[in-house]
Ligand binder design. Structure first.
Ligand code: SAM
Length: 263
């Protein structure tokens, strides 16, 4: 009996149409000494190629109906390791000491997965993931109205890159939206973390984006500062008070948080 895809688990599987799997392998450039984590292997189409290249492949899958299929295909391969569990509850530090993520992830938990990998950036140097096209556009946007708190949340820790678009028709069953393959490479230094703490950085980013139609001076008043105080700080930074948060770079946000926090 063939496998019945479950909507609740975001099961849109990649078939080998139009060479998508090879393109994923090409851009992610898996090396033979690497440990790769694949979140949501599904029936294992990408897993097969990862196993050809990597030293170890650990797959994390929630759907018990897929266990038999994956085990039958790959259990005899000593490189293969399967964890049947919700990825959000897996302690990755127990799984690997160093590696990367390459995956076509379930879209309904895109942000929690990105956040989880960010939290584990000491052991995961880079992630290559398939996400909804709109999400990739937002995360990788360098300026303009697609930028959001999520964009800055990623830029604080690393560099995101939009790699290529995959039309919905390349999946079985096809999802409602097109997809994109993207990467996040974590900085190997603490360039922003050493300048301003995560909580202070997000305090200003969240306030600045709190109302997308409002300009920065109005949004920053939600933190309890007077307009005169904010105006003076923005002037020092060379940022117009009518500017919108979406047009500020990560550097400008770091400078802004620093200057607002100085005594
Ligand atoms: N990688 C496969 C492919 O490209 O054909 C499947 C990708 S499909 C978009 C997402 C996969 O993630 C499914 O196999 C689904 O069962 C699994 N999944 C969904 N929620 C999960 C979770 N919380 N933890 C681990 N896997 C999950």
């Amino acid at each position: 009996m063939s496998f019945k895809h479950k909507k609740k688990f975001g099961q849109n599987f990649l078939t080998d149409q139009n060479d998508v799997l090879n393109r994923i392998m090409e851009v992610s450039d898996v090396k033979e000494d690497e440990h790769i984590i694949e979140i949501g292997p599904g029936e294992g189409a990408l897993t097969a190629l990862l196993l050809e290249k990597a030293k170890n492949v650990t797959c994390i899958e929630i759907d018990t109906d897929l266990e038999k299929i994956l085990t039958k295909k790959y259990a005899s391969n000593p490189k293969f390791n399967l964890i049947m569990q919700d990825v959000l509850t897996v302690d990755l530090k127990n799984v690997l000491s160093k590696g990367r993520v390459v995956a076509n992830i379930p879209y309904y938990i895109t942000s929690p997965i990105i956040n989880k990998i960010i939290e584990n950036r000491d052991i995961i140097s880079e992630m290559f993931i398939m996400v909804q096209k709109e999400v990739a556009e937002r995360v990788c946007s360098k300026s303009g109205k697609e930028r959001s708190v999520l964009t800055l949340a990623v830029e604080y820790y690393g560099e995101a890159e939009y790699l290529f678009t995959i039309p919905k028709a390349f999946f079985t069953p096809p999802p409602k939206v097109d997809s994109a393959f993207m990467s996040i490479k974590f900085y190997n230094d603490r360039r922003y973390e050493d300048r301003i703490s995560e909580s202070l950085f997000f305090k200003y980013v969240k306030a600045a984006f709190s109302n997308k139609r409002k300009n920065i001076i109005n949004n920053l008043t939600t933190l309890g500062y007077s307009k005169d105080f904010i105006r003076e700080k923005l002037e020092k930074l060379g940022i117009s008070e009518t500017e919108r948060a979406e047009n500020l770079t990560i550097e400008q946000f770091i400078d802004l948080a620093e200057i607002f926090e100085e005594e």
